[in-house]
Design a protein around this ligand. Structure first.
Ligand code: ZN
Length: 117
């Protein structure tokens, strides 16, 4: 029994397409090698398609998330500019209007600002 032909790789890399095909017609081993290469390459194509489809889906989701974030931020900004009222903004941000004490000023027992003389 002959040893397995090992020319396939060499011909595939360095020979012309015609030379490779000529050898494939003569050589059973290399034909089998060629077939398995075709299988691998079609498998790779399949994986590639699956990968790109998945990536495309992810991009769509990312874009949707960006659009939502953009909408939320513009809504907050526009609301802030349109209603340029500190008390209203405090209420929106902190749930209540901030007192002088909460703002860090010195206050007396009535919550009124204390002013040094
Ligand atoms: Zn061969």
């Amino acid at each position: 029994m002959n040893e397995k032909c090992s020319k396939y790789e060499k011909l595939f890399v360095s020979a012309s397409k015609e030379e490779l095909e000529k050898h494939l017609q003569e050589c059973e081993d290399c034909r089998l090698e060629e077939e398995s290469q075709q299988k691998v390459s079609s498998l790779l194509d399949e994986v590639k398609m699956y990968y790109y489809a998945k990536r495309k889906k992810r991009m769509v989701r990312l874009r949707a998330a960006c659009a939502v974030m953009f909408l939320v931020f513009s809504l907050i900004s526009v609301t802030g500019w349109a209603l340029n009222d500190d008390d209203l903004l405090d209420t929106l941000k902190y749930g209540d209007t901030l007192s002088a004490e909460e703002l860090g000023f010195p206050v007396d027992s009535y919550g009124l600002l204390m002013v040094d003389e």
